[in-house]
Ligand binder design. Structure first.
Ligand code: PEP
Ligand code: MG
Length: 588
C-alpha cells in the first residue's frame, strides 16, 4: 500500500474522494511526421479538438456567469474568438498538410501567436497572452489525450479531491463546491490564504505536502485527513473503514460542540468573551450568524476582487457589504478595506513585484489610488446604514496612513452628500496591528482610531521574518515566540489603557493553546472562521481569567516558543482536563 503523505492541516475534516490532478501548464509535444494518407485524418482530429474546446469554454463561461457575472465571464469569449480565428485555423491546416501531426502543428502556431503578442507594444495585446496560453493547454490536452485538468468545470457530484502544486486564492474562489470535496497542495501553510479560504468554506484541506503531485495519479482514490494533515493514496478496505469510523466520531464531536451555539462565551469566573466570525465571502455571512458568532471580526473584502479582472463597482460592493451587515442585525461587523497584494492578486491587474509581501499592497495601494479607494469607502458608508458597521485598515505602519484614510473617508462622505445618497457618517475606524511597527507605536494610533485588531498571521511573518506561505518554513512560523507574545501584550496594554477594544483576527485565535495564551494576555474578543467558533467557545467556557493570565505571564517569560507551548499545554490541560483538551486539539 502506498504510504501516507504528511503535510500541514489547513482545514479540518476527513473525506474520501477521487484525485483530480491539476497541472495548468502547456504540455510538451514531441515532433511527429505523418504520412501522406494520414493528413485528412489529422485535419479531422484538429477540427474536432477545437470544436470540443469551444464547447467546453461555453460551459465554463456559463458557470462563471452564474458565479461572477457577465462582465467576468466575457474573458472566455476572447478564448473562443482565438479558436475561431480563420487565420489561425488556416495556418495549422497548412502545417498539417506539410506532414506535421495535428498537435505539433497547433503547438507551433500557438507559440508563434504567443511570441507575436508578447512583442506587441500594445498592452491590451500583451494582456491576451494568458488567454492564448489557456487555449493552448485546452486543445493540446485534447489532442494528446491527457487527463482532464480543468478544475473549474468539474461536474457536480464528482467527489473530487484537487491535488496540485499550489493554488491561488482566485482559483479557490472559482472552484465548484458541489464537485470538489477537498484540497491537497504541495505548497502552502496554515496561514496562506488558500488555507484560510478553505477553512471559511468548511472545505477539508491539507497543504505543504511537498511532492504529493508526483506520487498521485488522477483518478486515484484518496483519503484526505484535513484534521491531521495527511493524504492516503489508494487506501485498503481496512484503512477506509478505520477512517470512516474516525470521521464519524469527529462529526459527532462537532455536532455536540455545535449545540453550544446558543451558549454564552463566558469564562468559569464569569468573565465575558466575544467570539466573532471571519467572513471572506458575503455568502458565508448567514451560516456564520447561525453558528453563534457575536458579529463579524473581519470581512476580507479583497476576496470580492480575486479571480476577476476588474474591481467591483460601488453598487456591487454596497450590495455585498449590506448583505453581511443585514445578516448580523445590530451585532458589530468589521469590514476591512482592500488588502490586495501579497498572495492575493486579481487576474493580471497588478505589477509583479520581487517582494510582494513587502510591496505595494493593502493600505499603500489604496492611498496611492485614491479614486479606486473612494469607490470602496462610498460603498462602505452607504452599506453602513443597514447595521452596525466598523471600518478596519490593513497593514498600517504609521499613523499618517490613518489620517490620510480618514481624509479620504470624509471626501467619500461629502461626495455621497452631494449625490443625495443615504449613508452613515460616523462609522468607527480601526487599525490592524499586523506589523511590528504598528505594535511598537500602538500609542500613536490611540487618538485616531476606535479599535485595534491584531492580525497575527502577518505580525508573526514580519516579526520573525518568516514567509507565512512557505511550506519549508512551517516549523519556524511560531506564534508563541516571545517576541510575538510581547508585541501582543504591549498592544493590549496600550489599547485597553486608552479604553479601546482590542481583538485578534489572525489564525492564532483558532488554535486552542494560542487562544488560551491570548485570553491570558487580556484579549476579550477573538475572531475566527465560523466553523472554528464551537471549539473556541468550549475552551472559553472551560477556563478562568486568572488561570489563563498566570499561564500567559509564564509563557511571556519563556525563552523559546517550545517552552511557551509546554507551559500553556500543561496549564490548559489542568483547566480543561487532559481528555477534553486532547479531543479539542484534534478538532481545531
Ligand atoms: C492577519 O494578517 O493576521 C490577518 C488577519 O489578515 P490576512 O490573513 O488577511 O493577512
Ligand atoms: Mg494580514
Amino acid at each position: 500500500m502506498p504510504s501516507t503523505i504528511h503535510g500541514v492541516s489547513a482545514s479540518p475534516g476527513i473525506v474520501v474522494g477521487e484525485a483530480h490532478l491539476l497541472f495548468w501548464e502547456v504540455p510538451e509535444v514531441r515532433a511527429r511526421v505523418i504520412a501522406e494518407d494520414e493528413i485528412e485524418g489529422e485535419l479531422v482530429r484538429f477540427h474536432a479538438a477545437v470544436e470540443k474546446a469551444i464547447d467546453r469554454l461555453h460551459r465554463v463561461k456559463a458557470r462563471a456567469e452564474e458565479k461572477a457575472g457577465a462582465a467576468e465571464a466575457a474573458i472566455f469569449d476572447v478564448q473562443v474568438a482565438i479558436l475561431q480565428d480563420v487565420e489561425l485555423r488556416k495556418r495549422v491546416e497548412t502545417l498539417i498538410r506539410q506532414s506535421l501531426s495535428a498537435e505539433k502543428a497547433f503547438d507551433l502556431v500557438l507559440i508563434e501567436w504567443r511570441d507575436h503578442f508578447a512583442r506587441s507594444t500594445n498592452p491590451m495585446m500583451r494582456e491576451r497572452i494568458g488567454d492564448i496560453t489557456d487555449v493552448h493547454i485546452r486543445v493540446l490536452s485534447l489532442l494528446l489525450n491527457l487527463p482532464d485538468h480543468d478544475p473549474v468545470d468539474l461536474e457536480p457530484g464528482s467527489n473530487a479531491i484537487l491535488v496540485t502544486h499550489d493554488l491561488t486564492p482566485s482559483l479557490t474562489i472559482q472552484l465548484d463546491r458541489r464537485a470538489i470535496v477537498g484540497i491537497a497542495t504541495d505548497a502552502g501553510t496554515r496561514t496562506s490564504h488558500v488555507a484560510i479560504l478553505a477553512r471559511s468554506l468548511g472545505l477539508p484541506a491539507v497543504v505543504g505536502l511537498i511532492d504529493a503531485t508526483s506520487k498521485i495519479t488522477s483518478g486515484d482514490r484518496l483519503i484526505l485527513d484535513g484534521t491531521n494533515g495527511t493524504l492516503i493514496p489508494r487506501p485498503t478496505a481496512a484503512v477506509l473503514a478505520q477512517f470512516a469510523d474516525r470521521a464519524q466520531r469527529e462529526q459527532a464531536a462537532q455536532r455536540e460542540l455545535a449545540s453550544l451555539a446558543g451558549a454564552e462565551p463566558v469564562m468559569t469566573d464569569g468573565t465575558r468573551v466575544t467570539l466573532l466570525a471571519n467572513v471572506d465571502l458575503p455568502d458565508e455571512a448567514a451560516p456564520a450568524a447561525a453558528s453563534g458568532a457575536g458579529g463579524v471580526g473581519l470581512m476580507r473584502t479583497e476576496f470580492l476582487v480575486l479571480g476577476r479582472t476588474a474591481m467591483p463597482s460601488e453598487d456591487e460592493q454596497y450590495e455585498a457589504y449590506a448583505k453581511v451587515l443585514r445578516a448580523f442585525g445590530t451585532l458589530p461587523v468589521v469590514i476591512r478595506t482592500y488588502d490586495v497584494g501579497g498572495d492575493k492578486l486579481p487576474i493580471g491587474g497588478f505589477p509583479h513585484e520581487p517582494n510582494p509581501f513587502l510591496g505595494w499592497r493593502a493600505i499603500r495601494m489604496c492611498l496611492d489610488e485614491p479614486e479606486l479607494f473612494k469607490v470602496q469607502l462610498r460603498a462602505l458608508l452607504r452599506a453602513a446604514v443597514h447595521g452596525n458597521a466598523r471600518i478596519l485598515l490593513p497593514l498600517v505602519v504609521s499613523v499618517e496612513e490613518v489620517r490620510q484614510a480618514r481624509f479620504l473617508l470624509q471626501e467619500a462622505a461629502a461626495e455621497l452628500t452631494r449625490r443625495g445618497v443615504p449613508f452613515k457618517a460616523d462609522v468607527p475606524l480601526g487599525v490592524m496591528i499586523e506589523t511590528p511597527a504598528a505594535a511598537m507605536s500602538a500609542d500613536s494610533f490611540v487618538g485616531e482610531v476606535q479599535f485595534f485588531s491584531i492580525g497575527t498571521n502577518d505580525l508573526v511573518q514580519y516579526t520573525l521574518a518568516v514567509d507565512r506561505g512557505n511550506a519549508s518554513l512551517v516549523t519556524r512560523f511560531t506564534p508563541l515566540h516571545p517576541a510575538v507574545l510581547r508585541l501582543i501584550a504591549r498592544t493590549v496594554q496600550v489599547g485597553h489603557g486608552a479604553g479601546l477594544e482590542v481583538e485578534v483576527c489572525g489564525e492564532m485565535a483558532s488554535q486552542p493553546l494560542m487562544a488560551y495564551a491570548l485570553l491570558g494576555l487580556g484579549i476579550r474578543t477573538l475572531s475566527v472562521a465560523a466553523p472554528g467558533i464551537p471549539v473556541l467557545k468550549r475552551i472559553v467556557r472551560g477556563v478562568s481569567a486568572t488561570g489563563s493570565a498566570v499561564a500567559a505571564q509564564a509563557a511571556l517569560a519563556a525563552d523559546t516558543p517550545r517552552e511557551a507551548e509546554q507551559i500553556l499545554r500543561q496549564a490548559l490541560a489542568e483547566e480543561l482536563g487532559e481528555e477534553l483538551l486532547g479531543g479539542l486539539l484534534g478538532l481545531a
